[in-house]
Structures are given as C-alpha cells and as structure tokens.
Design a protein around this ligand. Structure first.
Ligand code: ADP
Length: 655
C-alpha cells in the first residue's frame, strides 16, 4: 500500500512538474509510471517475504501450540527481531517438548509404582484374608474344643465336690470351680468378640417374642439377685405383644450382660427391666426401648462413654472387688449395633445407673407367622404329591443325625442319612430326593466338595441343598453358596429355622394334608434347650446356662446320660443287693451329679431322695425310691425323644 501510494505520488509530482513547464509527454509519463510501478511491486514483494511471511509462520506455529501440537516453525534468516522471536519460539517449543517428555516419564514411573503398590496391597490383602479366614476357623473350632474340656473340668469338680471332703479341700476346690467358671465366661467373651470383630458373627432371623426373652432373662438372674437381696423385676408395657423377627439368643445375651452388671454393681435396692414401644409401626418395623435400671454404685460422668470400650472398667478398685474383664459391654454394644440399634447409659454416682437399648425390629405378621409355625411345630404333617418329602441328611455326627432325624420325622419327612460326602454322592445317584441337608465339615469328602460334585458330576442343578454348619459365620455361608448350595442353617440346629428353611424350598409343590397330629401350642420362640414346663424334667434355663446355649452339646450330653443311665441303675441295684453302702452312695452321687449337669432336676431330686432312704437305712424306701428314680429316667428319655421342640408358655411374673 505504502509503495503504491509512494509511486503514485512520485508519478503525480513528475507529471505535475511537466505540466507546469509545458513539457508533458504522454509516452514518457506512461513509461515512467510503468517503471515506477514495477519498482514498487518489487519493493512490496521484498517486504512481504522479509517481514510478513515470518510473522505468518509464527502465528501458525502459535495456533498449532494452541491446538496441542508442539511443532517448530521455519525461521527465515532475516537477522532482525523477527528471526529472534522465531528462534525464541522454537526454543520454547523445544523446552515444552522436553517438559512433556519428563512428565510422561514421570507418569509412567508413577503408574509402575502404583501397579507395584496395588500388587503388594492385593497380596497383603489376600494374605490378611487368608489369615483372617484361618483365624475365624481356628476360633470357631476353638469355641467347641475349649468348651468341651472346660465342661469336663466343671463336671469333674462337681463330682469331687459331691464326695466327702474336709473343710480346706472343699474350700480349695470351690475356688478352683469359681476360677473355671470365670475362665469359661472369659473364653466365651473373647470368642464372641473375635467373631464380631472379624465380621463373622451372623445374626439369626427367626420369629420370637421380646417379652419372653425379657422374662427368661429375669428368671435366669433371679437366683443371683435373691442371693444379694436385690429386688429384680420387669415392667413390660401392655402394647408390647408383637412377635418380631431377630436373633433371640443374642438378644438374651444383651439383656443378660446388662442384668448381670446391674446385679453385680448393686449392693441393695432394686434392678428393673423396662420394655416399651416407641412410636407406631413404620415399614413393618417397630422401635422398642429396653432399659435396665439399678440402684447400684453408678458410673462417674467421664467414664460413661469409655465403659463401652474393650477392657475398660469405670473403677479398677471397685471392679477388682466385683470381678469382670471389661468385655461385656463391648460385646453388648456390638451386638446391639448388629441389630441396627443403639445403646447408651445414664448414671448418677452412688445412686445407680440406667442402660437404654433402642431396637428397630421387624414385626412378624400374624398370618405368615402362624402358618409357618404350624408347620414348624409339628401341628401339621407335610406331604408332597401325597407322599412324604424325601430328604437326604448328610451329617457325620451321630448325635446331630439323631436330632435332625427326630425333628424331621415328626413332621412327616422321610429322611435318609449319609455320613459323609462320598456316601451322599452315592445316595444322590441311587435315589431321588426333594432336598439335601448338608453338613460342611465331614471326613473323606466335605459338604462343599460333595455339593460341587452333585451339581457338576451328577448334573442335579435344581436339587435344593441346604448347608448346616457348626459356626454361625458369614464367610461359611458365602463359601456354601459359592459351592452351589441354596441356603444355610447354622448349628446347633434350631427346629423352627430348619423346618422353615426346608419349607421355603419345597413349598411350591406342597399340599398340606389333614391335620393328623393335635396342633402343638403356637411356638413363639425357639430356645435351643427342650423344656418340659409342667413336669420340670429339665430346667431349661439352667440347661441353657450350663451348656452356654449350645443345643447340640446339650443333646449330646442328654443322650450320653440316657445311654449311661441303665448301667448306673444296674450298679446301684447290685450294690443295694450286696448291701454295700459306700458303693450305693458313690453310684447315687454319680447319677445325681450327672443329672445336675444336664439340669435334669426331677432325676436329681429322685437321686437325693434315694440317698436319704439309703442313709436312713429304710429298705422299703430304698426300693421305692430306686423305682421312682428309674421312672424319672424313663420319662426323661421319652421327653428327649418327643421334645426336640420346646414350647414356651410365657407368663411375666413381676416378683
Ligand atoms: P466387666 O463388668 O466385665 O468389668 P463390662 O464391659 O460389662 O465389663 O463393664 C465395664 C465397666 O462398666 C465395669 O467394669 C463397670 O465399671 C462399669 N459398669 C457396667 N455396668 C455397670 C452398672 N450397672 N453399674 C455401675 N457400673 C457399671
């Protein structure tokens, strides 16, 4: 533009000069104009090449950088600022590229490191999971392994304490007995806590009445309260009539822990349990408030939260006096949390404490509940297309076989027994079953492998298989389900849960036949230990405490007692006929303490009466008492056969 204007101006000046001096020559003017135009074009072109092009390159280069492409530009060697700017630009591009490369290297290094760490973490996690699994299995086995010898120790101490001892010996043995009881309690606490902490404790979900659980707990602690002359009562609001779903055994443990603390830390006054509902039903759930109030030593304000921590006690000196480990409330809180509830405490030092438990429990609707219970209770016999449903029971333990057999036969199931996985495979191959109950731990072939083989090798993919495992552990459930089992019941087998679970799987094809057995009273709760309410053949509460609610242990002990009883009676008879009084007394003591160990109170009472008769040397009474003892044992035996289901008649007595 500038050049053109300049050329135009020069031409105009020259032409203007010529015109002014009257020398204007058109030819000369045109030539001059053409020459000057050519010169201007040359200058223009030179300028563009020298300046505009490098700037254009620079702009394009910047645009590329903007678009993420780091490319150098061509720099013309003009030797001026433009060349300088171009070179700086190229250096910047180089630096950026270098930075990018470094970032890329760094990223790769980080990725490698993350991968390394992830691998290490995965490995550590796998190792931890394996260790935790091993720990859980160890604990589950230990709970049984430790309790059995402890029961032996306690039993033997009972026997020795029954014999004639001098004062010192008795005192020493009683100390040993107290220590053994504390050790058993501590073992149970540690095992429970470990199970909860490793997430391996599973809560059952069965229908039960809250009132019954409260009443039971009161009964269990009444003797201890009476000993300390403390009034122990319960106040249940009338609206708390519902049957709820949950784990009654664990709830009993919660209330039991609170009650035993309340009694332990109270010297005089009362301990009172309150149970009431809060608000109405919401989503088939009701909130319950359960509180345990005492007039004991109380808890300092700064300890109110801490007492729920592991191994924490409010006052070392007081607790040393009362004993304890500081685990009870930790377990209690964890259990309440597993129920989806919460626990807190209010207390005034020197006046007393009140522990509150808020639970949100699902209410069992009547129709569902009664129908299920009728079946579970043996009020109805089940039939499948007019025949007994065929159940294959795979279980290696003879006592457990008998228990499950008794529960199922009574309801009209036909049960075939296999003692391990191999036998189960053979049985499943040779006969058609409607359902399989599969123990998990068995010799030769365990339940997991047997299930896999039934599914894969025999192709029985639809056959319902229900696992029965000794540990109420969630990991086990997953292992069973992963192996292809449909469901899971935990041992000791609870009759109601077992039958409910079985019914779920064969209910579709189920036709109830006419009720041929008189309906048993509606069962609202399923304690593990048989109760014979009017006859008191067995004190169920005591039995539960003696065996720590382990019904399979109890069944085993009961069966063992019944197996040994005829031999013991015979020994008494022989000794009586030989008039060997020391031998008679020894044998009576044995049978009495054996009966006491299984809470067979009527048998124990008969043994005491027999002992009285023997010591009074009343021959006729001895014969009669011996007969009475035999009859009590027979009755116990009948109950063992009939009463795998306890029925609880609930009556709340405020004492
Ligand atoms: P333990 O009773 O075995 O020591 P817990 O966890 O059951 O363990 O209780 C922890 C502590 O809480 C007790 O040692 C005691 O100091 C305090 N505590 C619990 N319940 C009561 C209560 N009802 N009255 C006073 N103190 C209590």
């Amino acid at each position: 533009m500038f050049t053109s204007v300049l050329v135009g101006w020069i031409v105009l000046v020259v032409i203007g000069y010529d015109v002014h001096h009257h020398m204007f020559d058109l030819g000369k003017g045109v030539l001059m104009f053409a020459i000057l135009l050519l010169v201007a074009l040359a200058i223009g072109r030179f300028t563009v090449t020298l300046m505009a092009k490098p700037l254009e390159n620079l702009a394009a280069g910047m645009k590329r950088v903007q678009n993420g492409r780091l490319e150098k530009i061509n720099v013309s060697r003009t030797g001026d600022e433009i060349q300088f700017v171009g070179e700086v630009f190229n250096e910047t591009i180089h630096a950026l590229k270098e930075r990018d490369r470094q970032i890329e290297d760094h990223r790769e290094m980080l990725e490698a490191r993350i991968q390394q760490r992830t691998d290490a973490l995965r490995e550590a996690m796998e190792r931890a999971m394996a260790a935790s699994q091993a720990k859980s299995e160890f604990l589950a086995n230990m709970s049984h392994e430790l309790r059995t010898p402890m029961n032996g120790i306690l039993g033997m101490l009972d026997v020795v304490l029954e014999s004639s001892l001098n004062g010192d010996q008795r005192e020493e043995l009683e100390t040993a007995q107290r220590c053994a009881h504390s050790l058993l309690a501590l073992l149970n606490d540690i095992l429970d806590l470990s199970k909860i902490e490793s997430g391996k404790m599973a809560l059952e979900r069965i229908p039960f009445q809250l009132k019954s659980v409260v009443n039971e707990s009161i009964k269990t602690h009444q003797a201890r309260a009476r000993q300390k002359r403390i009034e122990l009562t319960a106040e249940v609001s009338p609206e708390v009539a519902e049957t709820v779903y949950g784990d009654p055994m664990r709830l009993r443990q919660v209330i039991g822990n609170l009650l035993s603390n309340a009694i332990k830390f109270t010297e005089s006054g009362h301990v009172k349990v309150y149970l009431r509902t809060v608000g109405g039903t919401k989503d088939a759930k009701i909130e319950f408030d359960l509180s345990v109030e005492d007039t004991g030593v109380g808890i300092p304000p700064d300890k109110l939260e801490k007492i729920f921590d592991k191994f924490t006690q409010a006052d070392g000196s007081i607790t040393r006096r009362f004993g304890g480990t500081g685990l009870g409330l930790t377990i209690t809180r964890r259990l309440v949390e597993m129920f989806g509830g919460r626990i807190w405490v209010e207390s005034v030092e020197g006046k007393g404490s009140k522990f509150f438990v808020r639970l949100n429990l699902e209410v069992a609707t009547k129709s569902k509940h009664v129908e299920a219970d009728k079946k579970a209770n043996g009020g109805e016999r089940v039939s499948l297309d007019g025949r007994s449903p065929q159940i294959l029971l795979v279980e290696d333990n003879a006592v457990n076989q008998k228990v499950v057999l008794a529960i199922l036969s009574k309801r009209g199931f036909h049960v075939e027994v296999a003692s391990n996985g191999l036998e189960a495979l053979a049985a499943a191959q040779n006969a058609v079953f409607d359902l399989v109950l599969m123990d998990v731990q068995m010799p030769y072939m365990d339940g997991i492998e047997a299930t896999r083989k039934i599914r894969e090798e025999l192709g029985l993919r639809k056959l319902p298989i229900i696992a029965m495992t000794a540990h109420a552990m969630t990991g086990d459930r997953e292992r069973c389900i992963a192996a292809g089992m449909n469901d899971y019941v935990s041992k000791p087998v609870n009759p109601t849960t077992l039958v409910h679970t079985i019914m779920r799987y064969i209910d579709a094809a189920l036709e109830p036949v006419a009720v041929s057995v008189p309906a048993a009273p509606t069962m609202v709760e399923t304690p593990a230990i048989p109760e014979v309410a009017p006859l008191q053949a067995i004190d169920r509460g005591l039995a539960a405490r003696l065996t720590d609610n382990d019904s399979s242990l109890f069944q085993g002990m009961l069966l063992l007692f019944l197996q040994m009883a005829p031999e013991r009676i015979e020994k008494i008879q022989t000794a009586v006929s030989r008039d060997d009084r020391p031998a008679v007394e020894r044998e009576i003591r044995k049978i009495r303490s054996a009966a006491e160990r299984i809470a067979a109170v009527s048998v124990a009472e008969s043994a005491v009466r027999l002992m009285d008769a023997v010591q009074a040397a009343r021959q006729e009474d001895v014969q009669q008492s011996l007969l009475a003892l035999e009859m009590q044992i027979q009755r116990l035996s009948r109950h063992a056969g009939e009463n795998t289901d306890p029925s609880v008649s609930f009556e709340l007595k405020a004492s």
